[in-house]
Write a protein that binds this ligand. Structure first.
Ligand code: T1G
Length: 696
């Protein structure tokens, strides 16, 4: 491997190039090279200034996250940055791609910054449960003010070059060749005898009052519930206002290292890599061919079909939307347009983009118009007879090689594939509602699905902005299979004496956006009811027994949509309110079933709702329905809002201790004899070996 950092020159200007693909991360080799090249340039009297620039796709995109948790290797990034700032020659950072985290901090150690017009700059460490630990919390406020620095550091989102110019974060924006632009800029500085600009010597401009920080903290409290890093970021920026630079740096370092060893940051760094690893399907490598997807069709213009169609229009992919009746088609298109107009009202897209996207959605009533599409996604009623009719038609009209996908959330994809003469071209693409918002996409491989179909659909997931996870065929695949176990346990806990609001609070406090019962009310109590009734019809011996939630549905309490479900809801308000009517139905259910209610602790609720999911996740891995623990974790984070600072259900299980979980699962199994609680062999093995799901 050649040196990742090199020094060259153009006349009397030194050029320090960083070439460490894929993102010029500031690993040990890069830090060492930056330091040695700067020293070499400083020793060369014929050089008047130095430019630092990244090769490949970007200026350094941060510290090398893979180094965290390993023994630190000098020189540290702050040391290197301090040398740049203290150097006796003018230093200019030439920025393209994404100057993020430590990368932007290196640029802040330079006197001036030039950015390519397409560049983005940010300090996203908060997304990793960290804060900028190489001077960013002390230098950025001195350059752009405390308020703007708080927005960038706590929000974690990058700014575009033009906005960075307005903020004073960069001194020039160039187009075309970045190095040429940077050389011209640097020559102007030399000609103008421009002053050195060491940010450590500046004061923080603008508002620096203590109330700025307290108000900012209040403004994020609700959204950042359970996170630690955002609040530490605020403290670090406040230190920039209240302390001399070097003491502020010390404060930043102290706050940084507390976060670095926190379980929350370990979890968030795990998720960063996991959400990228899921796209790498074991057994399929980059050489697996992919089919060319130019046009798509969606069958069904209901809530799911309309949302699915929007994903493709958003990605610029023409999509035919088929319904069997004109009024259903018109209604579906009207809902899509309204969704886009709402997005435009929030300023996220322009009115012109609304029309562009609507133009990409081509309505049709005839299957015969699907002969040229490369992929079809069926999103019709969850009934096997309806699926059979649709896939029989698709098999008749679609061209050879077209991929036929089903959006089913529970039905058997292998049975659906068998309705066609091309099961190798059939797979599931399970979108989560609302399909144009939720990022998770469970891609379900049938027994006969071809590898190139899988590779194509996984790649397409990324193209439409989804986090695609490959799963196998079983009832509920991965997410809903685990969810159903949690929901059943939640109901059982209420049968035994807990209240719905107590159960919900325990899981809300763990970090879920809402508890099981509030979630049922949001989705609609009739959704679960229909699934249970289908099971009672299809497979009475294994179907769940009737329970009080069935009675709620039969009493018309369907959830938020009827302003009454497990909880009551005021008009226009989603806040769940405990309902005396529901309490009466639950009490009657207990009496009718001879149950004497008992006090149930929060800890018991947490263990029973979460451990049943861990055990089911272990069974899913054993059966090969999910390939790796990280697939299960990514599904729960992107499909159900599992708190990212806990890393996912199985990452969290490791932090609790698999042995602890196994002991409790086995204890409940011995008490109840319920198969749901029969410890998975994998869980048993890990407990015996005193290992976790992620143990190497
Ligand atoms: N360290 C190590 N590997 C990284 C990395 C990083 N900082 N960033 C990306 N990669 C890998 C990634 O795992 C993937 O690997 C490949 O690069 C392409 O990434 C002291 C403490 C830069 C916007 O948080 O946001 O600086 O899968 O698929 O979609 O204050 O990567 O190919 O093996 O995402 O084009 C702060 C994180 C670090 C930026 C590019 N920086 N990265 O997106 O490609 S902490 C970040 C990103 C820090 C200092 C603190 C994105 C990207 P593989 P990709 P992309």
């Amino acid at each position: 491997m050649s040196d990742p950092v090199s020094l060259s020159r153009d006349g009397d200007i030194g050029i320090i190039r960083i070439d460490y693909p894929p993102v010029n991360a500031l690993g040990h080799g890069v830090r060492t090279g930056l330091q040695s090249c700067l020293r070499e340039a400083m020793a060369d009297d014929s050089l008047q200034a130095v430019i630092v620039i990244g090769e490949g796709k970007t200026f350094p995109a941060g510290a090398d996250i893979r180094e965290f948790g390993k023994p630190p290797q000098p020189p540290s990034l702050p040391e290197v940055i301090n040398e740049y700032e203290a150097s006796d020659k003018l230093v200019v950072a030439a920025i393209h791609g994404t100057a993020l985290g430590g990368g932007l901090e290196v640029a802040l150690g330079c006197d001036y910054r030039v950015a390519l017009d397409s560049a983005r700059l940010g300090l996203p460490e908060v997304n990793l449960g960290l804060l900028p630990g190489a001077g960013g919390t002390q230098r950025l406020p001195r350059l752009v003010g405390a308020r703007q620095a708080l927005d960038m550091i706590v929000g974690g989102k990058p700014v575009k070059a033009a906005q960075a110019r307005e903020l004073g974060l960069v001194d020039d924006v160039v187009s075309g060749d970045l190095l040429d632009g940077a050389l011209a800029f640097t020559r102007r500085l030399l000609a103008d005898r421009a002053p050195r600009r060491r940010i450590r010597e500046m004061d923080v401009p603008g508002d620096t009052g203590a109330e700025l920080f307290s108000e900012f903290e209040q403004s994020i409290a609700r959204k950042q519930r359970g996170f630690k890093a955002p609040f530490s970021c605020i403290k670090a920026v406040q230190a920039a206002v209240e302390l001399p630079f070097d003491q502020g740096i010390e404060r930043e370092r102290e706050l940084f290292f507390k976060l670095l060893i926190s379980p929350e940051s370990a979890a968030q760094r795990h998720v960063f890599f996991a959400e990228r690893e899921v796209a790498k399907v074991p057994g399929l490598d980059k050489t697996t061919p992919k089919r060319d997807i130019q046009t798509v069709a969606v069958i069904g213009a209901g809530t799911m079909g309309g949302g699915i169609a929007m994903n493709f229009a958003n990605a610029g992919i023409p999509v035919k939307l088929l319904e069997v009746k004109q009024d259903a088609l018109d209604k579906g298109l009207a809902i899509i347009r309204r969704n886009y107009q709402n997005t435009a009202k929030k300023g996220r897209i322009s009115a012109e983009q609304v029309e562009q996207r609507m133009a990409l959605i081509q309505p049709t009533l005839s299957y015969d118009e699907l002969g040229d599409v490369d992929l079809v996604i069926e999103a019709v009623f969850e009934n096997m007879d309806v699926k059979k009719a649709v896939f029989t038609e698709l098999d008749r009209v679609c061209k050879p090689g077209a991929i036929l996908a089903t959006n089913t959330s529970t039905l058997d994809v292998n049975r659906i594939a068998a309705f066609t003469g091309r099961p190798q071209d059939v797979m599931g693409m399970h979108f989560f509602s609302p399909a144009n918002v939720m990022r998770l996409l469970e891609n379900v491989r049938g027994d006969k699905t071809a590898d190139d179909v899988i590779a194509t659909v996984m790649d397409l997931s990324r193209r439409i902005g989804k986090v695609g996870v490959l799963v196998g065929v079983c009832h509920g695949f991965v997410g809903n299979r685990m969810l159903h176990k949690r929901q059943a346990e939640a109901v059982q806990l209420v049968n035994e004496g807990a209240s719905p609001q107590q159960v919900d609070k325990v899981l809300f406090d763990l970090g879920f956006p809402m508890g099981p019962f509030a979630m049922s009310d949001l989705a609609g109590m009739d959704v679960g009811y229909r699934i249970r009734e289908e099971l009672r019809k299809d497979d009475p011996d294994n179907a769940p027994p009737r329970n009080w939630t069935d009675e709620l549905v039969e009493a018309g309490r369907l959830g938020q949509k009827t302003r009454a479900g497990v909880f009551d809801y005021q008009e226009g308000d989603r806040t769940p309110i405990p309902s005396p009517d529901v309490d009466a139905i639950i009490e009657k259910y207990r009496r009718d079933n001879g149950i004497t209610p008992r006090h149930i602790s929060d800890q018991e609720i947490l263990e029973r709702c979460m451990y049943v999911m861990v055990n089911e996740g272990a069974k899913i891995l054993e059966e090969g329905i999910a390939a790796r623990p990280l697939d299960v974790d990514v599904i729960w984070i992107y499909g159900y809002g599992f708190p990212v600072y806990r890393g996912g259900v199985l990452f969290w299980a490791d932090q609790v201790g698999v042995k602890t979980i196994f002991d409790k699962v086995n204890e409940i199994y011995q008490q109840t004899g319920s198969d749901v609680w029969k410890p998975a062999q994998l869980l048993t093995d890990l407990a015996e070996q005193n290992k976790g799901f992620y143990s190497k």
